[in-house]
Design a protein around this ligand. Structure first.
Ligand SMILES: Cc1cc2nc3c(=O)[nH]c(=O)nc-3n(C[C@H](O)[C@H](O)[C@H](O)COP(=O)(O)OP(=O)(O)OC[C@H]3O[C@@H](n4cnc5c(N)ncnc54)[C@H](O)[C@@H]3O)c2cc1C
Length: 272
């Protein structure tokens, strides 16, 4: 089957084509799209590309960070101001994948992929869309909940810079250094007077999309990050998750090890 490739200078035009053409797929870094094309995925009839520089910006201003959807994991690793995100970007595949893999593509990557999206969820990120009609901005959590029905072109993500040392990330994998996630955990743990205030915890590979651990977040409120303080959060760590059995791990195993790695993350015992 022939696949048509359409390249647009303006993101808005690419967005129009994406939403109006059946069988159209936007090309980010192509690490997943091109695999699907090579496997002759019949649902892909048109590839939409854009050369708009707006896709590649990194804007850091007064506590707010905006990343163009086309920013790659390698570009994040090259930006010192984004050092808190380096462990996340470094956890996505090997060097060749990171050169191509984009922030935008990670939002659509099927589980157990989506490590960067899990981090963005813990950062309370907003998703911005290019062109088209309707809402131009959506909370990432809502975006993920309707991802499969989405034919919108993501232009960027934006979030507040977390307080210094408040952001943590861990990825559990069987194959080091670049294996796919058994699960990943991202947490933003702001503290006031030694007590957690407004925690955000998100998991990758614990459901069809990255998910928030809302029960555990509530259980951490007002607690200190020591063994006694985090015990209620660990007891409810798997609430709201629905992991699957796949080639990487069983759902049972994912649930079993989740509290073990959440404990290490909350006690800051590892950055693995
Ligand atoms: C060997 C290998 C290892 C990998 N390891 C990991 C890993 O450890 N962790 C991980 O999270 N992922 C991993 N991945 C998956 C993937 O590389 C990443 O998730 C990557 O971030 C996807 O981005 P991309 O730009 O390559 O997406 P693409 O392949 O370009 O696109 C993926 C999907 O997103 C859509 N899309 C892309 N950009 C946009 C946009 N701006 N707006 C709307 N739709 C868009 C595409 O249409 C497509 O449906 C791996 C992949 C491979 C092949």
């Amino acid at each position: 089957m022939t696949i048509t490739v359409k390249t647009f200078e303006r993101l808005a035009d690419a967005a129009g084509a994406l939403s109006s053409e059946r069988g159209a797929r936007f090309l980010g870094g192509g690490t997943l799209v091109m695999r699907a094309v090579n496997e002759a995925d019949p649902s892909i009839q048109t590839i939409i590309r854009s050369t708009d520089p707006g896709l590649y910006h990194v804007t850091l201003s007064s506590g707010r960070i905006e990343l163009g959807a086309g920013v790659t994991m390698a570009a994040i690793l090259a930006e010192r101001e984004l050092a808190f995100l380096h462990p996340v970007a470094r956890a996505v595949g090997g060097p060749a994948v990171r050169e191509a893999a984009t922030v935008g593509g990670n939002l659509f990557a099927p589980s157990p992929y989506g490590d960067f999206a899990a981090a963005l969820l813990a950062l309370d990120a907003m998703v911005m869309f290019a062109g088209g009609f309707g809402q131009r901005e959506l909370a990432l959590e809502e975006f993920l909940s309707r991802r499969d029905r989405n034919a919108s072109l993501v232009s960027a993500v934006a979030f507040k810079r977390p307080a210094s040392d408040a952001f943590r990330f861990a990825k559990v994998t069987r194959v080091h250094p670049k294996g796919v996630s058994v699960l990943s955990i991202a947490a933003q743990l702001p503290a006031s007077g030694g007590r957690v205030s407004g925690a955000r915890i998100a998991y990758g590979a614990m459901a069809q999309t990255p998910v928030r651990a809302k029960t555990a977040e509530r259980a951490l409120e007002g607690r200190s990050l020591d063994a006694a303080g985090i015990a209620p959060a660990l007891a409810t760590a798997a609430d709201g998750t629905s992991p699957v059995d796949d080639a990487i791990a069983s759902a049972w195993w994912r649930r079993e090890i989740l509290p073990v790695y959440l404990r290490r993350l909350l006690l800051n015992e590892t950055h693995a």
